[in-house]
Design a protein around this ligand. Structure first.
Ligand SMILES: Cc1ncc(COP(=O)(O)O)c(C=O)c1O
Length: 422
């Protein structure tokens, strides 16, 4: 049998292995706190569900680029709720932003640049096509955000001609959000070196201080492709609908995209496309729903940040999304003396001995020797919380203890582990 080596060489990710282990332990009736699983904890809004039901008899293939009325609606949404001006003609609907990112990775030739602290799927997607990539260094002090200096220094010395930078903000796994100024200076470097930017903005409206996160496309529209979708903001991951938008300057790529789409997925399920129109109309009620979910996520992440920081566990301060990176580098000597040298080993140790599942940094571009982990702070009943929370509700320690008991005990366990190292 002749098989594609690029695919065969994809290793099962550390994430997958930890998830398997959690399943096994739960079968043994162990109470595991799953800080590894990053799905939205909130229910989908009823207005979107109703629209899906209303269109359930629609059995037609739709245009490869997606329904025109949906593309128009997404274009309006982007302008009003993300500050991005994009022509509906250059908008494409696909079965999740993951697929659209993958097809983009297939289309672009060159070297992919991935900041350390990036989403788990970018590198395997690049590897699957035998593509080349470089991980760019980032630092905890800067919440693992890429700096213009690191980008410029790298681009100055490389022999490669073409570069594609993948940026993601609000970020999975760090929760970090690039500011307008940070994007302005990164955009300058990208423009100078004609780097194509794939801007993954799937969490844009899950922002803890604002209605949406800044987009690098504001400062470098001509070279930026923006990605988004229903999965996070509207808690509809299983609906599998995402979008991408090309700037007019890259409109010539539209033919390549359409050909690839039509030869692979054809179009996204018709009822889901109609339901998505409702989501992107973004009624007042839906805006409230997103605000409340962001308020809850902000409260939960602030609690974790405060408690862990007080106990010397390193932490990124999430400003959006569902995640933060936490680190045990300060405890390295004590941890090494337990004969644990890598984040993968430590993740297994924490799961076995403290019933807490974290994902090791290796799947996010970190060295295995760096003792960093992704913590997803969504192990709570989102529906119950949404019904309970009012504008004036203060999400403090007592509130978390009562309403997010698993998060509360997970944090307690991590602190116990840190304290026992001394
Ligand atoms: C950063 C990031 N980008 C893209 C995706 C893919 O989302 P979708 O459900 O639209 O494929 C995810 C999902 O976890 C994500 O975290």
């Amino acid at each position: 049998m002749l098989l594609n080596q690029n695919i065969l060489e994809l290793k099962p990710s550390a994430t997958l292995l930890i998830n398997e282990k959690v399943k096994e332990l739960r079968k043994e009736q162990r109470e595991i706190i799953h800080f590894g699983f990053g799905q939205s904890p909130f229910p989908i809004h009823q207005s979107i569900v109703e629209e899906l039901k209303n269109n359930s008899t629609n059995n037609h293939y739709l245009p490869v680029k997606g329904l025109e009325s949906l593309r128009e609606q997404v274009s309006k949404f982007l302008l009003k709720n993300q500050g991005i001006e994009r022509d509906p003609d250059q908008l494409f609907i696909g079965p999740g932003s993951k697929e659209l990112l993958y097809q983009s990775i297939l289309i672009f030739e060159g070297e992919f640049l991935i900041p350390k602290g990036s989403w788990v799927s970018y590198i395997p997607q690049i590897k699957s096509k035998g593509g080349s990539y470089t991980i760019l260094e980032t630092k905890l002090e800067n919440h693992f955000k890429l700096t213009p200096q690191v980008l410029e220094d790298y681009l100055k010395q490389t022999n490669q001609q073409e570069h594609i930078l993948i940026l993601n903000s609000p970020n999975n796994p760090t929760g970090a959000v690039y500011s307008e100024n940070e994007y302005k200076s990164l955009a300058k470097v990208c423009k100078k070196h004609e780097v194509i930017v794939l801007s993954d903005e799937i969490y844009s409206q899950i922002h803890f201080n604002d209605d949406f996160s800044p987009s690098i496309s504001k400062y470098y529209p001509e070279g930026t492709i923006v990605f988004g979708g229903l999965s996070k903001v509207f808690s509809a991951g299983g609906y599998r609908l995402g979008f991408m938008s090309l700037p007019n300057e890259l409109a010539s790529l539209s033919v390549a995209y359409c050909s690839l789409f039509s030869e692979t997925f054809s179009c996204v399920s018709s009822p889901v496309q109609f339901a998505a129109i409702k989501a992107y109309e973004y009624s007042q009620e839906l805006q409230e729903y997103v605000k409340i979910s962001s308020k809850i996520l902000c409260g939960v992440s602030s609690f974790i940040f405060q408690e862990l920081s007080k106990n010397k566990i390193q932490c990124t301060k999430a400003q959006g999304a569902f995640y933060m990176m936490i680190g045990f580098d300060r405890f390295k000597t004590a941890i090494n003396s337990l004969n644990i040298k890598t984040s993968t080993e430590l993740a297994h140790y924490l799961l076995e001995n403290y019933d807490v599942a974290l994902l090791p940094g290796t799947d996010f571009g970190f060295q295995d020797s760096e003792l960093f982990f992704r913590l997803a702070f969504v192990d709570f009943d989102g529906e119950k919380l949404m019904n309970k929370i009012k504008k004036e509700t203060i999400i403090d320690k007592a509130f978390i203890k009562e309403n997010c008991p698993r998060v509360f005990s997970g944090v307690k366990q991590l602190i116990k582990f840190a304290q026992e190292l001394f």
